[in-house]
Design a protein around this ligand. Structure first.
Ligand code: IVH
Length: 695
């Protein structure tokens, strides 16, 4: 048979089974048979790459590696929702809606608010062409390869009356079971665990290797449809329509006639949501009619026709069993509560599972600092209340004094000496934290700095994590971030160690076999390409977070300039105050730090910012939008993008009626060109573009 036809037929067959599985929950064939078909298709595509399509089901298993995700503008900004926390605020919202609609009848759609990350998908002629993260709402990252691994997301929609192009938005998430499995795996491999399913989803959608994304079992619920041709009249119609087109529409929604019915929906889900397989943090109310949505419009940040109601964080009683004093990378001492469920008070601590809170079991919670312990008047043995505040680390919100039995509880005593290295603790004037001053030798500080260095927002070394760093540290191979770059295959291969997981008390074995070692070295090599701002953050200078690091990198452009900047020069940078400036000065005055930076430089780490200065050249393209397609003679795509932006123009992600110019190079896709013609978009050649900015 003609390989092209064969590929086509096989693709359709696989997508059919996939559709049946995800839309109708019917397995027409076994997982094994399904995988065999996929393998067959992959083999054919390998042999005849010219017939491989962008919507091939083999895309779902991933395999592409993206070095840098390209930022793209959203065609329509991705706004957020106004939040409410009680019924009164909700009723106030309803009053505003009623006023805004001047006596018209209206209906709401109530939806669950799933806690993941918002994603936007663009379909052209029924084919999924782009997946973008929300980013800052105006511009997100192109993560198309990774979103294609979502099994329930159609790569192609076969339906009559499909708009030629449309955008769908929804929530990408990781179900609790996948989250637990992933974290267990990360733990065994000695890699960092994710704090919650949302972070896990976000991190997994931004992995460079899409095969790894595919493995992580991400999913997405769709809740919004946008097209230029007013395809549906109401939100309800769009949800039903999307469903028939094969989309995984966000489940559980209901149409209601008034705010009382909406509030009833909220009450109903308050407890029911605990049994869902994924995290939810509230509900969303949306005006059903699109016409009325348009009437109500938007504020700068959010629609006036929708609102979210956030459930209160779940709060449960627990028993405070003991307190650990942890030393962070900056030397600050954080008291951490060890907790158990009230039914577990007689169990030895290593048998304790913890309190059930929003889908996970919690055994530890932060107590922040000495002042907080005093404020709460908390004692070991007390019954306390814990909650997960939507944020990462659970916290203790209070003590149930009525449960205290005086002679069975004992005060929490804050140590005078560092629990790790024995140094006398200090407290800087005006700061609440006690500090261990031994920053050059105290082990958790050294280790913490290496952990910080490999962080996603710093050097982003995915192949290293807490357990592996512990091993490298304990074997004395790595004491500072610079030591990482002296690691070799020979030094790493065969290293192993049993490490106790502090959380579970379980023993795990970390061992460096061929594959692990290769991955570590690959990760280190790749980290040499991360931009200077990440390096600046990775150094772990006190008070220099990711945002400050970026500001410094943009402003000073190189580590030399930053390290030799005076206090006055530092505070001249917008948003950099005295506290940060002092901390930077003091960091660079330490000879060990200077030496380590020199070693990092020699290893090939970026010590200069190569970001093009965002200096405007002109406003000739002010308010104009562009899509770039094809290959150009005088510029590569990034240069061209930069050229457009420095002249005031904006890059859009796809051709639509709103687009001003399609900048067409050699070999551009005929469908884009055709579409631009159809929509009356001006098509520019490279010469015409040059003439435009030469004016
Ligand atoms: S509608 C213009 N519907 O909540 C508003 N958002 O705070 C568009 N979310 O960024 C959002 N479930 O990530 C909408 N059923 C739902 C949602 C939902 C979760 C998230 C979404 C959005 C955030 C808004």
């Amino acid at each position: 048979m003609d390989p092209e036809i064969q590929i086509d037929e096989l693709s359709r067959k696989i997508e059919h089974y996939n559709f049946r599985y995800y839309q109708d929950s019917v397995s027409e064939i076994s997982d094994f048979e399904f995988d065999q078909l996929l393998k067959q298709l992959a083999a054919l595509e390998n042999k005849y790459p010219e017939f491989k399509k962008s919507d091939s089901p083999t895309q779902r298993v991933g395999g592409t590696v993206t070095k840098n995700f390209v930022p793209v503008f959203h065609r329509y900004p991705m706004l957020s929702l106004d939040n409410t926390y009680n019924e009164q605020e909700l009723r106030n919202f309803d009053d505003r809606v009623r006023k805004g609609l001047e006596g018209e009848e209206y209906e709401y759609i109530c939806e669950l608010k799933f806690d993941g990350i918002s994603l936007s998908f663009t379909y052209e002629n029924g084919v999924l062409v782009r997946g973008i993260t929300r980013g800052d709402g105006t511009r997100g990252d192109d993560i198309t390869h990774n979103v294609k691994t979502i099994r329930s997301l159609p790569l192609r929609v076969n339906a009559k009356n499909l708009p030629p192009d449309f955008e769908i938005r929804g929530e990408g998430f990781m179900p609790y079971t996948s989250f637990q499995k992933l974290n267990d795996e990360m733990d065994t491999l000695g890699e960092n665990q994710y704090a919650n399913p949302r972070n896990a989803a976000s991190g997994s959608f931004k992995l460079q290797d899409s095969a790894e994304t595919a493995r992580r079992n991400l999913d997405c619920y769709l809740y919004s449809f946008i097209s230029d041709d007013n395809h549906f009249k109401s939100h309800e119609e769009s949800l039903l329509g999307l469903k028939t087109w094969g989309f995984n529409v966000s489940p559980g929604w209901r149409k209601v006639q008034n705010i009382d019915e909406a509030i009833a929906f909220i009450h109903e889900w308050e407890t029911k949501r605990a049994s869902l397989p994924l995290a939810t943090d509230g509900i969303v109310l949306k005006i059903n009619s699109f016409e009325q949505q348009r009437e109500l419009g938007f504020t700068a940040k959010s629609p006036r026709w929708a609102i979210s109601f956030k459930y209160k964080a779940e709060n449960k009683p627990a028993i405070l069993r003991s307190v650990n004093f942890q030393v962070g990378r900056t030397g600050a001492i954080t008291p951490v509560a060890n907790l158990c469920d009230i039914n577990e008070r007689d169990l030895p601590y290593n048998k304790v599972k913890g309190v059930h809170l929003s889908g996970t079991r919690v055994k530890r919670a932060t107590l922040h600092n000495a002042n907080e312990i005093e404020r709460l008047d908390i004692q070991i043995g007390d019954t306390v209340f814990v909650e997960k505040s939507g944020e990462i680390i659970p916290k203790i919100t209070g003590v149930d004094i009525s449960q205290r039995i005086e002679f069975l509880t004992e005060p929490v005593v804050f140590p005078k000496k560092c629990p790790e290295c024995g140094s006398e603790l200090i407290r800087n004037e005006g700061e609440v934290a006690f500090l261990c001053p031994n920053d050059s030798h105290c082990p958790p500080q050294l280790k913490g700095r290496i952990e910080h260095f490999i962080h996603r927002k710093a050097m982003n070394i995915e192949s290293l994590g807490e357990g592996k760093i512990q091993l490298l540290f304990d074997t004395n191979l790595v004491r500072t971030p610079a030591d990482l770059y002296d690691l070799t295959y020979e030094k790493l291969l065969g290293l192993e160690k049993n490490i106790v997981n502090e959380e579970t008390g379980k023993l795990k074995k970390i061992s460096f076999r061929e594959k692990t070692v290769e991955n570590i070295l690959k990760g280190l090599e790749l980290s040499k390409t991360v931009p200077f701002k990440n390096v600046m953050f990775g150094l772990g200078i006190r008070f220099v977070g990711a945002t400050v690091a970026e500001k410094l990198a943009i402003y000073f452009k190189s580590i030399e300039a930053i390290s030799s900047a005076t206090y006055d020069q530092l505070i001249a940078v917008p948003e950099i105050g005295g506290r940060i400036a002092k901390s930077i000065e003091s960091y660079f005055s330490v000879p060990e730090n200077q030496e380590m930076i020199e070693r990092l430089r020699l290893a090939g780490i970026q010590m200069e910012s190569d970001e093009k200065p965002v200096v405007a050249e002109s406003d000739l393209l002010e308010g104009k939008t562009f899509v770039i397609s094809g290959v150009f003679e005088n510029f590569d795509r990034d240069e061209l993008k930069n050229k457009i932006e420095v002249n005031g123009g904006r890059i859009l992600s796809g051709v639509s009626a709103k687009l001003n110019y399609l900048l067409a190079g050699e070999n551009m896709g005929p469908s884009k060109l055709e579409k631009a013609r159809r929509l009356g978009v001006t098509i520019l050649s490279e010469e015409e573009f040059l003439a435009m900015i030469a004016k």
